[in-house]
Design a protein around this ligand. Structure first.
Ligand SMILES: *[C@@H]1O[C@H](CO)[C@@H](O)[C@H](O)[C@H]1NC(C)=O
Ligand SMILES: *[C@@H]1O[C@H](CO)[C@@H](O)[C@H](O)[C@H]1NC(C)=O
Ligand SMILES: *[C@@H]1O[C@H](CO)[C@@H](O)[C@H](O)[C@H]1NC(C)=O
Ligand SMILES: *[C@@H]1O[C@H](CO)[C@@H](O)[C@H](O)[C@H]1NC(C)=O
Length: 407
């Protein structure tokens, strides 16, 4: 995916499929005309005479985050680099992007604070990924047809989404905690009409089980793909069987996850994420981010949107450190400062996943500690670092430059 095109300066989100001139999941997602494949960029570069106009070749600088000796995330001033494209490689989670917050150059740190918020304050977190998705993607026509089928012709958008990652488990406590959390979100709505709640899950029996309970307080919307007849559902038979994924992803075909995603992100007021083990999955996090971005009106700068995580007692006592994935919203709350004595929790959740530098009340996970050790930097139990160690690390190493040319 490619955005913000101008000859002088490019912003870039890279995916391997772009090298093949294709967008990822192109059958289910439409990309706005602000995005370009690299093939298109090459073409535009030539067409607009960028080499002559700006004296820049279309080259890409690679920064390999996974190798501490090859990344300039801490020590380089990326704003001064002359290459028009930077590929920040191996950055599959929020930690990589937020590494910049520890960069030695103050103007790098300031620029990054605008994107990711002030490290000390969870209140100052912009909805970066939600805003990007809102501008760059929308459902394909076929997926939208399925979404509208659930919402009903002329039906009101849902108020709330409940996402439950159950991994085929029947945990009653997870269902009870989620129901409490959902009811709390409904109380916050303060609206006259009967609320509409979308329920999505990897485990169909969960939806069946909880629908009567939710129906007492809200109208339940759910995408029953077996009953849907549309263009996208014709694809089912042509896809290879993924039976080995059932335990992890559920039995629905993959395209259903896209319908669920865009259906769930139509929620106007709240997303509740509950689970058997992993609360606030990447999937739920992105749904909440997109829904929150959409819920801000053109002329408003604040949103009353809530993203809530629902925890049953046993998860609070032992489970949070098992939360893994891109978002890993909660694994850093599993250390000495966690609330393991509570029976349930319905917690406000930042739309941008936090990482170890975000607050003194989080406990760094071993992976973060080890990652910084590779730079010779010690992370304290409160997630703080000694700035002098970073300075020392940066002055002891030389700048690594790896360039790839496209033309
Ligand atoms: C993208 O689409 C919008 C709306 O259709 C149009 O106004 C704009 O000029 C287009 N931009 C580009 C770069 O094609
Ligand atoms: C569900 O999870 C609980 C707790 O982790 C476990 O004891 C139980 O065996 C699981 N049940 C199923 C059906 O997987
Ligand atoms: C749902 O309602 C039934 C019937 O009242 C009840 O037995 C069950 O415990 C409820 N489920 C949850 C998760 O509260
Ligand atoms: C936003 O404000 C502008 C100018 O005041 C107005 O024309 C427009 O209709 C407003 N948009 C919304 C969605 O309220």
């Amino acid at each position: 995916m490619f955005s913000c095109f101008s000859c002088a300066h490019l912003c870039l989100f890279l995916d391997f499929s772009l090298f093949r001139g294709k967008y990822p999941f192109g059958d289910y997602i439409l990309y706005s005309n602000l995005t370009f494949t690299l093939r298109e960029v090459k073409h535009l570069w030539r067409q607009n005479g960028c080499l002559k106009k700006y004296g820049r070749h279309l080259v890409m600088r690679i920064d390999d985050f996974e190798k501490p000796t090859k990344t300039n995330a801490l020590c380089g001033n990326w704003r001064k680099w002359p290459q028009p494209i930077i590929w920040y490689q191996g950055t599959t989670d929020a930690v990589a992007a937020q590494f910049f917050l520890k960069n030695v150059h103050p103007d790098m740190r300031n620029a990054v604070s605008e994107l990711f918020g002030k490290p000390e304050s969870l209140q100052s977190r912009p909805n970066v990924f939600g805003e990007l998705m809102r501008i760059l993607i929308s459902p394909s026509r076929d997926v939208e047809e399925a979404v509208n089928w659930v919402i009903g012709n002329g039906g009101r958008d849902p108020d709330i989404t409940l996402h439950m990652r159950m991994l085929m488990n029947r945990s009653v406590r997870a269902a009870q905690a989620a129901l409490n959390c959902l009811k709390r979100a409904i109380r916050n709505l303060q609206q006259g009409s009967r609320p509409r709640a979308v329920v999505i899950s990897d485990t169909p029996s969960f939806i069946k089980g909880i629908t009567p309970n939710i129906s007492e307080v809200a109208e339940v919307l759910h995408f029953d793909y077996e009953r849907f007849r549309g263009k996208v559902s014709d694809d089912i038979k042509s896809l290879p069987s993924l039976e080995f994924r059932v335990k992890d992803w559920g039995p629905a075909p993959r395209w259903v996850a896209f319908v669920d995603f865009f259906l769930a992100s139509r929620a106007k007021h709240a997303v509740v994420s509950g689970a058997h083990r992993r609360v606030g999955t990447t999937y739920a996090q992105l749904i909440a981010a997109l829904a929150a971005a959409d819920s801000i009106g053109e002329n408003s700068t604040t949103s009353r949107f809530s993203f809530l995580s629902s925890f049953q007692g046993n998860l609070l006592a032992e489970g949070l450190k098992l939360q893994v994935g891109w978002g890993h919203v909660w694994n850093r709350f599993a250390g000495p400062l966690s609330c393991r004595g509570q029976s349930n929790q319905c917690a406000f959740t930042p739309l941008l996943p936090p990482a170890w530098w975000d607050g003194q009340w989080q406990s760094p996970i071993p992976r973060d500690i080890h990652r910084l050790e590779q730079y010779g930097i010690r992370l304290s139990g409160f997630g703080t670092v000694d700035e002098n160690q970073i300075q020392a690390f940066c002055s002891s190493r030389k700048n690594i430059v790896k360039i790839v040319s496209f033309i």
